[in-house]
Write a new protein. Structure first.
Lengths: 675, 318
């Protein structure tokens, strides 16, 4: 158990800047991977975790080069090997499971061929044995009908299946060490939980060592024996998983854990100020100095070394770590928010809304109707009150973004009405809406990189809605822009910046400011935090809540992340395949009895706590289309009672907590089943 | 799949029908008609009447269109005015000559372009790339009538290695042609190859940077095997449509080059018949060139469809 497989020694990797300066991305990193051990490397984007993981396979991305140090695999330095020698190690001794298997599988080659290629390179099996082995491997990663799977192309598989194929491919060479680079990022919650469960099983079954790289402490907590926390290219904390997650003694890890929204807490997570420094910007002192609330003058001048603390079996890079020992009780707290408990008038009503993506047939086009018996979104009835935050939750394909788009007028509804203020019907055609309605409903998109015009300065971006809706100009326009920036806590000097000069969190703040520029009544938030790092996500969530409390705005908040939804929303609507499953006040939706789908979703949430294991109750099948009749969840429901689920749409039942559930099982029975 | 092919072919035919209408209407609305244009100052009295009668210009336009179109469908383009011989006989050898010129250029140009594109991409920013890229950009920017003239000056006049212009009858045999077409082929393929090589280069570079190539490297796939199995099939797929466009461009390039080298092909015929005001031949040429254009693009579309597993299974599933 104590044999060291790979050892990284004083590794620095960097690049030459345009000014000819050497800038390091990894700084003096040392760590050891023992046999049979799973090490989690965690850090936010830009922390150097992927660079470190790839270097452990002897791979340095183009433009980067090693500055010093070595990566010893079984006491041979991978960074000094020829490509011929590396080919013998990669896939055979060390194998990689990539982040996005959909893009990491070659599109023109069949699954079987790609696994066969690895087998041919790394084993001596003949054709017949290899064919058998391919089925075996596909079976091991629990893919359905492994024999036919080999003849499929990557794009014919769902995201979870592609990830499983990547796992099978990595196992083909029977490696001693598996490198996993964000293997579950981008998958749906239930799929993610299943893939993690598979990886855990494989680690146990084969005794392979694993390096698990992720930004997601929830996923890391589920698989790791040991955790390495990286910040700005350095290891800041390293130790046994349980210690790191439950008693973090580095202020960054502590803040990171506090900024993760948790299912058990109803308030907002605490955010860390600032953002990670850019590579090359740290000259002296601790790299976390700017964001640290324990910082002293000493931290500004001297950078701490990684210190080994024997009694905790932990390495920590902090002068003041002692202040954090025994502070773990504070981890389970959150900022309480003012919630809206159903007071106020209804501002937006969705009545029997159905939306179809079916292409209009020629005659239907003439008659301007859509004849689709089984539309993507069907029978949505939601009344939204002024000043509340209502969240639409579901996995990909649940229709949550589709509903958002049709409220915004970007997508025509097939049936039903969208009523705004005093039951006035909003046209589903954007061009037919009057300017004031357009102003009143604003949208914030998921990815600020794509929603902000890269050729416009922040000033130009923010002046557009102000000019369009309020005809402002000159000094008044400028004053308003400065006010807006102040609202999202950005300084005046940001006006002349371009989006590329901003960090991810700053960009999303600008996007928030742009939405608020129109003085809207309703803001539609489409996965607004899912492209952001956790510490930044917490800050954006707090900002949104603050703005809402100050201005009384109504949010429709779409997200796949149940913990985020729990933190921000007053009311939650759970969707599956474009049909509502459950709707109610958020504190009740997160309690049982729940709709079986909500139960599945809640079970699959990964918490940054090694003691809370996800419960996998339903298969992670991907359904391409909603069922024609009956309950929308019939195909995957773990509590299915029989034919009635296939034939009849279940009735709404209202529980004593006030949440409505659409299920054939009696709500009291459901409650006792879920105890 | 079959339905899709039929659909594409149908669309192609509609395109050709519209082209034929436009050329016919274009000729109709011009002042005068084929006879007055052709006979010029002699367009009066008996000569004009005879001409009108011979061409059947005394019947209404739509009847003439139907008549002409139905003949074209059967492969008969009618009579040329200048030679007073069947257009088919005028066209036949010219089409053949142009085809020889174009196909030799394509056969040399495309493989060369692919090889150059791959070399420049794999040795990106190294010496081979810098050298080849400089040359390709250079030959891309010089218009063909200049490069053709320069070729004649250097190879034919200064060095005296090859004949400067082609002095052969339009019905020359294939072997007679071959020795004469070296310079025209070089002139044509220079630009074409340069364009395609640039395209292949950027396509290969893009694929080399993809996640699946990185994955193949990390799987331990040897370099050249990775290039041939994982990179090239995916990089060359988008190049097919560019190749088709380049070939279609070739049609225009051929006109200029043929004139410079006095090569008896379709391109020169276009210029000749326009300056002779031989409207029936112009009409016939318009249809032929349009058909080639439509045909090549159709083939390219179908090839992409066949070779791309994504599109293929999409069609089958539907």
């Amino acid at each position: 158990m104590n044999e060291i497989i790979e050892s990284v020694k004083n590794l620095s990797i960097g690049f030459n800047s345009q000014k000819g300066k050497q800038i390091s991305i990894l700084r003096n990193v040392s760590t050891n991977i023992k046999k049979g051990e799973t090490v989690g490397i965690v850090g936010e984007s830009g922390s150097g975790k992927s660079t470190l993981a790839l270097a452990m396979m002897g791979y340095i991305k183009q433009g980067l080069f090693p500055l010093k140090g070595e990566c010893l695999f079984k006491s041979e330095d991978l960074l000094k090997m020829s490509s011929r020698q590396l080919e013998k190690i990669r896939g055979r001794k060390i194998a990689m499971i990539p982040q996005n298997a959909g893009q990491a599988l070659t599109p023109n080659l069949k699954i079987g061929y790609q696994i066969d290629e690895a087998l041919k390179l790394h084993t001596d099996l003949n054709k017949r044995e290899r064919d058998k082995k391919i089925s075996e491997l596909l079976n091991k990663v629990r893919l359905p009908s492994p024999e036919t799977m080999a003849f499929r192309y990557p794009h014919e598989l769902s995201g979870g299946q592609q990830q499983r194929v990547a796992v099978a491919m990595a196992l083909a060479g029977k490696p001693d060490l598996l490198l996993l680079d964000e293997p579950t990022t981008g998958l749906d919650v239930t799929t993610q939980a299943h893939v993690l469960e598979l990886l855990r099983f494989i680690a146990k079954d084969t005794g392979t060592s694993m390096i698990y790289v992720s930004h997601d402490l929830g996923a890391i907590a589920q698989v790791s024996d040991r955790i390495v926390v990286m910040y700005a290219g350095e290891i800041v904390l390293e130790g046994p998983a349980r210690k790191i997650l439950k008693e973090p003694i580095h202020p960054y890890t502590y803040g990171l854990l506090k900024s993760i929204p948790k299912l058990s807490l109803s308030g907002l997570p605490a955010s860390m100020p600032g953002s990670q420094p850019q590579p090359g910007s740290i000259n002296e002192g601790c790299s976390f100095y700017d964001r640290c609330n324990l910082a002293t003058d000493n931290c500004k001048k001297n950078s701490p070394d990684l210190e080994h603390i024997k009694e905790l079996d932990t390495n920590v890079r902090c002068f003041n770590y002692k202040e954090l020992i025994n502070q773990n009780n504070n981890l389970q707290t959150s900022i309480t928010k003012k919630s809206n408990n159903g007071e106020g008038n209804e501002i937006l009503k969705l009545k029997d809304v159905s939306i179809s993506y079916a292409k209009q047939k020629f005659f239907d086009q003439l008659l301007n109707k859509i004849s689709d018996q089984n539309p993507t979104v069907k029978d949505i009835n939601i009344d939204i009150k002024k000043g509340e935050t209502i969240a639409l939750v579901g996995e990909s394909g649940s229709g949550k973004s589709t509903i958002l788009k049709s409220i915004a007028g970007l997508l025509k509804t097939k049936d039903g009405q969208i009523k705004f203020e005093n039951d006035r019907i909003l046209s589903s055609n954007l061009k037919m809406r009057n300017p004031n309605d357009l102003r009143a409903i604003q949208l914030i998109f998921q990815n600020p990189d794509e929603s902000l015009n890269p050729n416009h300065t922040v000033e130009q971006i923010l002046s557009q809605p102000l000019k369009l809706y309020f005809n402002l100009s000159g000094e008044e326009l400028k004053k308003n822009i400065i006010d807006l920036l102040k609202k999202v806590r950005l300084g005046e000097f940001y006006m002349s910046r371009y989006p590329r000069q901003l960090s991810g969190g700053e960009k999303q703040r600008v996007a928030v400011a742009r939405a608020f520029a129109a003085k809207p009544d309703i803001i539609l938030c489409d996965e607004v935090t899912s492209a952001l790092d956790v510490s930044v996500q917490a800050a954006v969530l707090n900002l949104l809540q603050q703005l809402k409390e100050d201005l009384g705005t109504t949010y429709v908040f779409v997200s796949h992340d149940l913990a985020v939804v729990r933190a921000i929303s007053d009311r939650v609507a759970v969707l599956y395949q474009g049909r509502l499953c459950e709707i109610g006040p958020s504190q009740n939706v997160y309690k049982f009895p729940s709709h079986p789908y909500t139960e599945v979703l809640l079970g699959a949430v990964l918490e940054p706590d090694p003691d809370i294991k996800p419960k996998l109750v339903a298969e992670d099948i991907v359904e391409e289309k909603p069922p024609e009749k009956g309950c929308s969840f019939q195909g995957r429901c773990p509590r299915k009672i029989g034919d009635i689920c296939n034939s009849e749409v279940p009735p709404w039942q209202i529980g004593e907590n006030g949440n409505a559930i659409r299920c054939h099982i009696n709500i009291e029975e459901l409650a006792s089943l879920q105890q | 799949m079959l339905l899709l092919i039929l659909k594409r072919i149908g669309l192609g035919l509609i395109t050709l029908f519209i082209v034929s209408l436009i050329t016919f209407v274009g000729v109709e609305v011009l002042p005068g008609d084929a006879c007055t244009t052709y006979l010029e100052r002699e367009a009066y009295g008996a000569a004009l009447d005879a001409c009108i009668k011979r061409l059947g210009l005394d019947v209404p336009a739509y009847e003439r269109y139907l008549d002409w179109a139905s003949n074209v469908v059967r492969g008969d383009f009618g009579y040329s005015l200048s030679g007073e011989m069947p257009i088919n006989e005028v066209l036949g050898p010219r089409v053949k000559n142009s085809l020889v010129l174009a196909s030799v250029s394509i056969l040399i140009g495309i493989p060369l372009a692919i090889v150059l594109g791959i070399i420049t991409a794999l040795w990106r920013d190294k010496l081979p790339d810098i050298m080849i890229s400089t040359i390709t950009i250079f030959s891309m920017t010089i218009p063909e009538f200049i490069s053709a003239t320069l070729l004649i000056l250097i190879v034919a006049i200064w060095l005296g290695w090859l004949p400067g212009i082609v002095i052969i009858p339009s019905d020359a045999t294939f072997y007679e042609l071959l020795s004469n077409i070296i310079l025209p082929v070089v002139a044509i393929s220079m630009i074409m190859t340069a364009h395609m090589a640039r395209m292949v280069r950027s396509s290969v570079i893009q694929v080399m940077a993809s996640d699946y190539v990185q994955m193949a490297i990390l799987k331990g796939v040897p370099y050249w095997k990775m290039v041939f199995r994982h990179v090239l099939p995916n990089a060359l797929l988008p190049a097919i449509n560019v190749v088709a466009l380049t070939i279609a461009w070739l049609l225009g390039g051929v006109v200029v080059t043929e004139v410079v080298f006095n090569y008896p092909g379709l391109g020169r015929l276009v210029i000749e018949s326009i300056s002779n005001r031989d409207l029936p031949v112009v009409q016939a040429l318009a249809i032929i060139l349009a058909s080639i254009y439509v045909g090549i693009n159709l083939i390219a579309d179908l090839m992409t469809l066949m070779l791309n597993p994504r599109l293929k299974s999409l069609q089958i599933r539907k």
